[in-house]
Ligand binder design. Structure first.
Ligand code: NAP
Length: 212
């Protein structure tokens, strides 16, 4: 597939790299320097290039949305019309200092985004990808096999695309149901992330929750 990455930071950079190595045609976009985007593309050693958010979105079979919540309107404006596009979002609705969800319990970032880009075919996924803090815990447990990754959405065809991308990154996709489930998975992702940074036992405890 042609995958357009909107937001080439920790998530977009890493996922885009893995997508390119899995054989997809990736456009990295939206970072503070074009040099970084070019470097990311070059380092995949796959089919990847740097581009503008519009380049990334307009030719894509799937668009990965991976920006901080505060950058969402800007990146969507730069991307242009996403009508009919499969949009896979890992973005969590965090406040500016990443201490709290700004949407929770009665809705979710995913649902609000799906409304905002109503003509897109929206899937919420990858927001439970373990952070780098889990690497040591995984190594210590010498965990064999592939971890599971939940996704949710209301568009069956878009979900099929997301399943392929999730597999390509090395996870077993688990269908958590309709998009409204995101209002429960997003706070859960935050819980895991918060625990992961809570001192010495944090990563281990977060790992247990993530496994659960
Ligand atoms: N990190 C995780 O483990 C994790 C897990 C699940 C979900 N998420 C969610 O995924 C989303 C992305 O997270 P992340 O950790 O990948 O964030 P990040 O590393 O900060 O990446 C965001 C990208 O946006 C770019 N950006 C920020 N301000 C910009 C500006 N003014 N102009 C142009 N580009 C700008 C950054 O550019 P630079 O590269 O130049 O900084 C970066 O490429 C967030 O919504 C987060 O909540 C993250």
């Amino acid at each position: 597939m042609r995958v357009g990455v909107l937001g080439s930071g920790l998530m977009g950079g890493k996922l885009g790299t893995i997508f390119a190595r899995a054989g997809h045609d990736v456009v990295f976009s939206y970072a503070r320097s074009e040099k970084k985007l070019k470097k990311l593309a070059q380092e995949t050693k796959g089919k990847a290039r740097a581009g503008t958010p519009r380049d990334a979105a307009q030719e894509a079979d799937a668009v990965l949305l991976a920006v901080h919540w505060s950058r969402m309107d800007d990146v969507l404006m730069q991307a242009g019309d996403l009508s009919g596009k499969v949009v896979v979002s890992c973005s969590l609705p965090m406040n500016d200092d990443d201490t709290a969800l700004v949407i929770a319990h009665t809705s979710s970032g995913a649902e609000e985004l799906a409304k905002k880009i109503a003509q897109a075919r929206f899937v919420s996924a990858f927001n439970t990808v373990p952070s780098e803090v889990f690497f040591d815990v995984y190594a210590a447990k010498r965990k064999a096999g592939r971890p599971s990754l939940v996704y949710c959405g209301d568009d069956p065809k878009a979900k099929k695309v997301a399943v392929e991308l999730i597999r390509d990154v090395g996870f077993d996709p688990v269908d958590a149901g309709p998009l409204r489930i995101a209002r429960y998975t997003e706070p859960f992702a935050l819980l895991v992330a918060q625990l992961a940074y809570e001192g010495k036992g944090g990563p281990e405890l977060a790992y247990r929750f993530a496994g659960f």
